[in-house]
Design a protein around this ligand. Structure first.
Ligand SMILES: [Zn+2]
Length: 509
């Protein structure tokens, strides 16, 4: 007898069923009752009851480890448990038990549901029991995964059905819940109209009795998840992948897309649109001469969820010598007046085109006349290049010495540079005014386009070019004097685009 002290002393070991595969196992209380009865029946001396609340799939259970240590110290030589799988569901812990038996430290193992005796045959059976548990764990999770994958591939959603459907255990598939499906369909239809918010939808659901587990309205995120769930039109997401489902759709793909479109549009204004103040730094107060500033004000429309932010412009009223009484003016009013000012300096298209044609002719005439001069100079350049090659050859052929070569080369290169500059300078000066002129004509031609367009930044930029710092705001009216070449356009009404007598050709000049 190797272990006299611990003889007939048993640890009662039970483990709480927390693993999925333990679902069929009795509750811990029931286990304990049966184990105690067994101990009594067999006359076993239980020195301690050990209850573990941890999975046996991985090694490292503290109570189990403590028990092994105590057995090694000889405090007991037997273990009483429900089944070998209570003791071990992993190969390490199973091995430790068998090793204890091999060393004679563990002489008795009693199980309610398994027979064991410390013989070679018994040890073999036990190792198979541990091994089977392990195999069971492995195969179960593998089977589960494989089963799910197959299910998904078959088009069956392997999880809890979303609202509007139910998991029908009889047919083992997901089927429509008549009442809920109608509500879900309505939800999609409502949202697709683009006038209902996520909160409205949540309220609608609450009204229809669809609430959270805590009997609260669905939060916005949850509503969003419903509206974004492809399940409702027949597909489903699983592990981040979209699959074709076999379940019956509640809504059409078209309706789903409409909802997605609305959500996309909605998504943006929900992050409050920042109304920049495009006309800042453009206007001066006509009364006191101070700069005009802008201010955003949000208007809430009662009972509609609608809110609009407007920008108002007004005098900074920083003039300490003069009290200013100028009112506020809304941005759209400023904009429309700026537009009409811009229209007044715009150049008629036909005139502009004639001017551009004239410019082109001017340019070609200029290049004609300058041609002779440039040609002479270019001939000179070619000559210099030939000479350069010649002196290099002479030097290489040792006709001239290095000193003479370098001197001659320097002289030619310097001459070359002068001529090149002369040519480019000549061209530049002759044509220098052409480009800005062309640019201005095009700009003047496009004035009315900018004026009627919605790009406020473009309006401001053009207004600054035309009026400089001569734009004033007074009594809600914008006025300004066009500057430089623009003043000519502003002064001549026939040059403008807007034609008063529609259908009449303006008089030709
Ligand atoms: Zn003022």
């Amino acid at each position: 007898m190797p272990n006299l002290i611990g003889l007939n002393k048993f640890f009662l070991y039970s483990r709480k069923s927390i693993d999925v595969e333990d679902k069929q196992v009795l509750s811990i209380e029931a286990q304990l009752v049966e184990l105690r009865e067994l101990a009594k029946r067999e006359g076993l001396n239980i020195v301690e009851e050990l209850i573990e609340k941890q999975s046996a799939k991985v090694p490292g259970r503290p109570i189990f480890n403590g028990m092994i240590e105590k057995i090694e110290k000889g405090e007991a030589s037997g273990i009483l448990a429900w089944h070998p799988d209570r003791l071990a569901r992993n190969s390490v812990d199973g091995g430790r038990i068998i090793y204890l038996i091999d060393r004679g430290m563990l002489s008795a193992l009693k199980f309610n549901t398994f027979w064991f005796e410390p013989t070679p045959q018994g040890k073999f059976m036990l190792s198979i029991a541990f091994g089977q548990s392990k195999y069971y764990v492995d195969s179960l999770s593998e089977n589960t995964k494989r089963g799910l994958r197959q299910k998904v591939r078959r088009g069956e959603y392997p999880s809890k059905a979303p609202i509007g459907y139910i998991n029908d255990s009889r047919v083992k598939s997901i089927v429509i819940n008549k009442k809920e499906s109608l509500i879900i369909k309505k939800v999609f239809e409502l949202y697709s109209r683009g006038i209902y918010t996520l909160v409205d939808i949540s309220n609608f659901l609450a009204q229809k009795g669809i609430l959270t587990k805590g009997k609260l309205n669905f939060p916005k995120d949850r509503v969003k998840r419903i509206l974004k769930n492809p399940f409702y039109y027949g597909n489903f997401n699983y592990n981040g992948e979209l699959f074709e489902g076999r379940h019956e759709p509640i809504i059409s793909k078209k309706l789903f897309d409409q909802v997605a479109e609305v959500m996309k549009k909605r998504g943006r204004p929900q992050v409050k649109p920042k109304v920049e103040k495009p006309f800042l730094g453009l206007l001066r107060c006509g009364e006191c001469g101070m700069m005009v500033t802008g201010e955003n004000q949000t208007k809430y429309y009662k009972g509609t969820n609608r809110e609009v932010t407007y920008c108002y412009y007004h005098c900074t009223k920083k003039n300490k010598l003069k009290k200013c009484f100028q009112p506020y003016i809304r941005e759209d009013k400023v904009e429309s007046q700026l537009s009409s000012l811009l229209t007044k300096v715009s150049l008629r298209k036909d005139w502009a085109n004639q001017m551009l044609e004239k410019l082109d002719k001017e340019e070609s005439d200029l290049s004609q006349s300058s041609n002779d001069f440039v040609k002479t100079k270019e001939t000179e350049l070619t000559e210099i290049k030939i000479k350069l090659q010649f002196v290099l050859d002479s030097f290489l052929d040792q006709v001239i010495d290095r000193e003479s070569y370098l001197t001659k080369k320097e002289e030619l290169l310097s001459k070359k540079k002068s001529i090149e500059e002369l040519i480019s300078g000549f061209n530049k000066n002759r044509f220098s005014w052409l480009e800005p002129m062309r640019e201005w004509i095009n700009e003047a031609k496009d004035c009315d386009k900018v004026a009627t367009d919605s790009d406020k930044q473009a309006k401001k930029a053009l207004a600054l070019k035309i009026f400089g710092s001569n734009l004033y705001l007074e009594n809600k009216k914008v006025r300004g004097e066009a500057q430089n070449q623009w003043s000519a356009l502003g002064a001549d009404p026939t040059a403008r685009t807007w034609v008063r007598g529609r259908g009449f050709e303006p008089p030709c000049r």
